[in-house]
Ligand binder design. Structure first.
Ligand code: UT7
Length: 318
C-alpha cells in the first residue's frame, strides 16, 4: 500500500508521510493472514538457515503487539505449524521493543544451559488493530515477520550485552485501550474505537530521541566498545528522523545505519529481524560483525543489544 493509496481515503499526502517519517509504502496482510501465518514462514526459514530441524528447537518465542489472540499464545500455533514438537511456546509483549526483549530471554536461557536452540520471531499484522480513519497512526505501520535462532556456541560470536528499560508513566501514550481485563470489550468500546492502537506520536518521538541514545551508549560502555567499533546499527524502524537523531547523537555514520522503513513502514516487533535479514542478503551482516540493535515502543519500553554475529557453526539434529 503506497502513500498515494492512503491519500485516497485519508486527509494526508505522500509528501507529508515521506517528510515526517521516511515511509513510502507498507505491506498489508491478506484477509486470511494473521501474525501467526506471517510468523510461520519466517520461523521455518530461520530454522533452515541455522542448519537445524524443527525438532531441535527447545522454545519458540513470538514477540508481537498484534498477536492472533490474547489467548492462546500465537507462538503455540507457530510452533505446531513448524513441527517444533519438542518446543515450549510463549508470546512476549513489550511494545515495539519486543524483539530485543525476546532476544534477551532467549540469550539467558541458552547461556544458562536450559535451552540449546531458541527460535525468536517478531510477527505483526498491525493492519488489524489500526483505525483506518485515524491518519495519525494509519500511515505509519505495516505488516511483516522476521525470525532468528539463538543457539549455544563456543566461538567468540555471541550476544555481547543487553540493556532493557521501561517507564510505565508513559503507558497511556501508546496503547490499545480496550479488549483486556482493564477495559473489557463491549459494544460501547467497539463503538468508540477503543480496540484500535492509539498513540501520542509527538511524546513517543521525544521519548525515543531522549532514551535510545542513552541506552545505546550505556551498552557500548558496558561492553567496552566505542561507537567507531560498531559495524552496523540496526534500529527499530519507526521514523527516519528518529533514527537520524539517534545516529547523530551517538556519532555513528549514516553508512553504518540500516534502514528499510521506506519500503515497509513501522513493523513493530518485526522491524529489527526484517532489517537483519535484508542486511544479511546485502552482505552487511557477516561472521564476526558487531551489530547494535536498538528498540523502543509501548510501555514506554526500550532495549539495546550489542552482538557479534555468528553464522551457523554446524548442523544439529536430535
Ligand atoms: O514504534 C512505536 C513507536 N512509535 C514511534 O516511534 C512514533 C514516534 N512519533 C513519530 O514518528 C512522529 O511524531 C509522527 C510521524 C507520528 C508525527 O510527526 P510529527 O512531526 O510529530 O507531527 P505532529 O504529530 O506534531 O503533527 C504535525 C501536524 C499536525 O497538524 P497541526 O496540529 O500542526 O495542524 C497533525 O494533525 O501534522 C498533522 N498530521 C498529519 N498531516 C497529514 C498528523 N498526521 C498526519 C498525516 N498526514 N498522516
Amino acid at each position: 500500500m503506497t502513500n498515494h493509496d492512503l491519500s485516497l481515503t485519508l486527509e494526508t499526502s505522500d509528501q507529508w508521510i515521506r517528510q515526517r517519517t521516511g515511509i513510502m509504502r507498507r505491506r498489508i496482510a491478506a484477509e486470511d493472514q494473521s501474525a501467526s501465518t506471517l510468523a510461520i514462514p519466517a520461523g521455518a526459514a530461520a530454522i533452515k538457515e541455522a542448519g537445524l530441524v524443527p525438532e531441535a528447537v527447545g522454545l519458540v518465542i513470538v514477540a508481537s503487539i498484534s498477536p492472533d489472540q490474547i489467548m492462546p499464545a500465537t507462538a503455540s500455533r507457530v510452533a505446531y505449524a513448524l513441527g517444533a514438537e519438542n518446543a515450549g511456546a510463549v508470546d512476549l509483549s513489550a511494545g515495539c521493543s519486543g524483539f530485543i526483549y525476546a532476544l534477551a530471554m532467549a540469550t539467558g536461557l541458552v547461556e544458562s544451559g536450559i535451552q540449546e536452540h531458541v527460535l525468536v520471531v517478531g510477527a505483526e499484522a498491525i493492519s488489524r488493530i489500526l483505525d483506518w480513519e485515524d491518519r495519525s497512526t494509519a500511515v505509519l505501520f505495516g505488516d511483516a515477520a522476521g525470525a532468528v535462532v539463538v543457539s549455544a556456541t563456543y566461538g567468540p560470536n555471541r550476544i555481547l550485552g543487553l540493556d532493557m528499560g521501561n517507564d510505565g508513566s508513559g503507558a497511556d501514550l501508546l496503547q490499545i485501550p480496550a479488549g483486556g481485563s482493564r477495559l473489557p470489550a463491549t459494544h460501547a468500546t467497539v463503538d468508540d474505537g477503543l480496540h484500535y492502537l492509539k498513540m501520542n506520536g509527538r511524546e513517543v518521538y521525544r521519548f525515543a530521541t531522549r532514551v535510545v541514545p542513552r541506552s545505546a551508549a550505556q551498552i557500548l560502555e558496558h561492553c567496552g566498545f566505542s561507537t567507531s567499533e560498531v559495524d552496523l546499527m540496526v534500529p527499530h524502524q519507526a521514523n527516519t528522523r528518529i533514527i537520524q537523531a539517534v545516529a547523530r547523537r551517538l556519532g555513528i555514520a549514516w553508512e553504518r545505519v540500516f534502514t528499510n522503513l521506506d519500503e515497509y513502514g513501522n513493523t513493530s516487533c518485526a522491524s529489527i529481524p526484517l532489517c537483519l535479514m535484508e542486511a544479511r542478503a546485502r552482505g552487511l551482516v557477516y561472521q564476526g560483525c558487531r551489530i547494535l540493535l536498538l528498540g523502543f515502543g509501548a510501555g514506554l519500553s526500550w532495549g539495546s543489544c550489542l552482538l557479534r554475529w555468528g553464522d551457523p557453526v554446524g548442523v544439529t539434529t536430535i
